[in-house]
Design a protein around this ligand. Structure first.
Ligand SMILES: Nc1ncnc2c1ncn2[C@@H]1O[C@H](COP(=O)(O)OP(=O)(O)OP(=O)(O)O)[C@@H](O)[C@H]1O
Ligand SMILES: [Mg+2]
Length: 254
């Protein structure tokens, strides 16, 4: 059965980077696993980290079809969902699509309903769906993801980042969201980060599944505008992500 993996956390803490490195290591370790990567951030940039050019987004196509009452008309619904499939970019190792930015004023129920149906229809074709999203918990409250099996709450090595992680954990509990496991990942760590943050981390009530050290190679790739997906095997960040995948038992059933 497909496993949905998602991230949440304060802005700029390293969510997109984590999803990118996780996808890279999953492909490296389990060549046969079929993986769909989804950029659910309206300010889409996962494609850049992955080295992919996006032509169509789901929201763009929905916008073009706004006057059609697609969802109420069964004869239109199926062809429309098929049309949306042109947004799915296929690479030899994984598939990808970007949700894009719902446009215009007013209620987003219509685009959100379509997004949810599309995710449900498409998701079952894969072993894993990795969802990158904007800061905060929008994607959970909007319910555009059918369910989440593993949620990584990502924080940088700051007390403020960890406190945001704590608020997100509180919100997950309040919303009674359909989430299997919830873990904390601390990024940008340096030597004593985890010891110094231990009290704050304990207060989140989250299980710390691992940390990703500050990696000079990531900074170099950023400066050169190179896709992080192409980081070399020896990158310390990749080794750390490998460990997290093992700790979270993500690849065990494949
Ligand atoms: N372990 C790390 N070492 C060094 N730099 C990192 C590390 N993790 C992330 N970065 C850098 O930090 C910046 C922010 O990372 P990223 O875009 O992944 O954050 P984000 O949480 O997805 O941000 P947003 O909330 O805007 O979507 C990027 O320039 C990224 O390359
Ligand atoms: Mg991001």
């Amino acid at each position: 059965m497909v496993k949905y993996i998602a991230v949440a956390g304060k802005g700029g803490v390293g969510k997109t980077t984590f999803i990118t490195l996780m996808l890279r290591q999953m492909i490296r370790e389990k060549r046969k696993a079929s993986i769909l990567a989804v950029d659910a951030d309206p300010n889409a940039n996962l494609n850049e980290a992955l080295g992919i050019t996006v032509t169509f987004t789901i929201s763009g196509l929905i916008e073009d079809n706004k006057n059609i009452k697609t969802l109420e008309d069964k004869t239109l619904k199926a062809p429309f969902l098929t049309e949306l499939e042109q947004c799915v970019i296929k690479t030899p190792d994984f598939d990808f699509f970007a949700m894009g930015d719902p446009q215009g004023p007013g209620c987003y129920c219509y685009p959100n309903n379509i997004l949810r149906m599309f995710m449900e229809a498409l998701g079952n074709n894969y072993d894993f769906v990795l969802v990158d999203s904007e800061a905060g918990m929008e994607h959970i409250s909007r319910l555009t993801i059918p369910r989440i099996d593993i949620m990584f709450v990502v924080s940088d090595s700051s007390a403020r980042g960890i406190r945001t992680a704590r608020r997100i954990h509180d919100l997950i509990r309040e919303l009674h969201a359909d989430i299997g496991e919830v873990y904390l990942v601390v990024t940008h760590t340096i030597e004593n980060s985890l010891t110094s943050l231990a009290d704050e981390i304990a207060q989140t009530g989250l299980q710390l599944i691992g940390d990703i050290p500050r990696d000079k190679l990531i900074s170099q790739y950023d400066i050169m505008g190179k896709p992080l997906f192409d980081l070399p095997d020896e990158a310390i960040s990749l080794k750390a992500v490998d460990k997290i995948l093992q700790q979270a038992n993500i690849l065990k059933d494949l």
